[in-house]
Structures are given as C-alpha cells and as structure tokens.
Design a protein around this ligand. Structure first.
Ligand code: ATP
Length: 244
C-alpha cells in the first residue's frame, strides 16, 4: 500500500448534526480520515458514538452538515441527488446485517440487479466468475429463503461487487450470523481485499470481527479518537476501555 496514492474515500472536517435548536444532536465532529485503496478498515465505538453516521456520510447516503467527503476523487457535495444515487448504485457497494436481498428474486437476479437497474446488462461470465469466487456457484438459482444466512451474505457481497465499485461499505455484516458463518464471511471480505484489491469499510461492535481488518478507527462521542493498526481483539478492547 503506497502512502501517497490517492485515497478511495477522503473525509475532511466532516461534521453531522441531526435536527436543530435544543433537540439538535451532534453525531460527528470534525472528522478527518483517508481510506487507502485496497485497505480493510473497521469502525468501532460504543452505541451512539457515530459509527453508522460516519458510514452513511462516507457512502453518500446522508449529507454531512460540515466538511467534505470524496469517493474515487469525486467530491460528493458537488453532486446532485440523481448523480449521487447513480454513484451509490454502481461505484459504491453495500453489505447489510440483514442481507437485504429481494425475496422474490433468485440469488443470481439479486446479484445482477444493480447492473440491470443502471441499464447495464452484466458482462458474460462476470457473474459466474464472481459467484464461483464467493463459493455459491451451485446455489444462485435459489431464492434467499432457500439459502443459509452465510450463503445469503455471500450473495449480498456478490451484489455489492458486481459493478466493480470503488469501495464496499459493510454495516455489521456478521451481526445476523452464528460464529462459524461470521468467520467465513470475514474470510470472504479479507479475500475481497487481498485477492481482488477492493476497499472495505466495515462497522462492527465485535472486537474479534474488527481484528480481521487492517486497522480499526475508534469513535467516541462523534470524534475519531484512536486508530489501532494491525489490530488484535486485545488491542481493540484496551483502546475502547481507555476511552470510556
Ligand atoms: N436520524 C437521526 N435523527 C436524530 N438523531 C440521530 C439520527 N441518527 C442518529 N442520531 C443520533 O446521532 C448519534 C450517533 O448515532 P449513530 O447511529 O451514528 O451511532 P452508532 O455508533 O452507529 O450507534 P449504534 O452502535 O447504537 O448503532 C446518536 O446520539 C443518535 O441518537
């Protein structure tokens, strides 16, 4: 990883306040960070520390109140709603705790959906190669309810990757899985970074899950208070406890 390469996601002075007046809540305060291409970052912090807000601002789902966010060199504040929505469809991939696959579609149709919605039919072989690499090639003709949680999440990861995005955001991707399936999904995300060169930014509550990332950002009260490099669960717990 080269230190001076252009970051995939750049946050500068990002602040977010929900509401106005006495009921206003400051969720993020003056946050700066560069997410390097091909890196795997976990975001941790106690409940209410701003993790989801950070993810949503970085992914263009919510506009920050102050500061700037750029993804793949594009300053999101300069984009209109339609451009932002197009960017989220193709240049940003999402993986959710609850998988969020459409129940009426097969796994393959779910995976192809972002491209079809954008009017870009999937390149021949692209989906086959992806589902093969993600280990669900034999299951893609099934609907989500006919798949295990781990298989559904693999399909969701394929859907996030199908358009070749700049970055994949994952919000508690193992939160609905048992420990074994969760471990497998983390191995898949590591593969996505190490073998496919993708960038993954993941929110989690679990130090064991976060320890699979290259680094962990610790948030407290909307501030980025520490970065744990080459994390172990122990180092993360120590960092979190130091901030209580
Ligand atoms: N839409 C909203 N309107 C008002 N306040 C909000 C909104 N979304 C979040 N907040 C507040 O902003 C702060 C940060 O919330 P956020 O969801 O980003 O934290 P989090 O670290 O992801 O929490 P958790 O771990 O519980 O999911 C909290 O005080 C929360 O109550």
């Amino acid at each position: 990883m080269s230190g001076d390469a252009e970051p995939v996601v750049r946050l500068r002075g990002v602040g977010k306040v929900y509401g106005t007046g006495p009921s206003a809540v400051t969720a993020l305060r003056d946050l700066d960070h560069d997410f390097a291409r091909g890196s795997f970052t976990a975001v941790m912090g106690r409940s209410g520390s701003g993790k989801t807000t950070l993810l949503q601002c970085a992914a263009g789902l919510t506009r920050p109140t102050s500061g700037s966010v750029s993804v793949g060199g594009a300053d999101l504040s300069t984009l209109g709603e339609a451009e932002l929505s197009g960017m989220r469809g193709l240049r940003i991939g999402f993986v959710f705790q609850a998988f969020n696959l459409l129940p009426a579609l097969t796994a393959r149709e779910n995976i192809e959906l972002p491209l079809r919605l954008a009017g870009r039919p999937p390149a021949p072989g692209r989906v086959d190669e992806l589902v093969d690499r993600m280990g669900i090639a034999g299951h893609v003709h099934r609907r989500p309810h006919e798949l295990s949680g781990g298989q559904q999440q693999r399909a969701a990861i394929c859907r996030a990757l199908v358009a070749g995005p700049e970055v994949v955001f994952a919000d508690e991707p193992t939160g609905n899985l048992d420990t074994g399936s969760g471990r497998e999904i983390l191995a898949v995300l590591r593969f996505v970074v190490d073998a496919m060169g993708q960038t993954v930014i993941m929110v989690t509550h679990d130090p064991a899950v976060a320890s699979r990332a290259d680094r962990v950002l610790l948030l407290s009260d909307g501030r980025l208070v520490d970065i744990v490099e080459s994390p172990t669960a122990e180092k993360i717990v120590t960092g979190l406890e130091a901030r209580r």
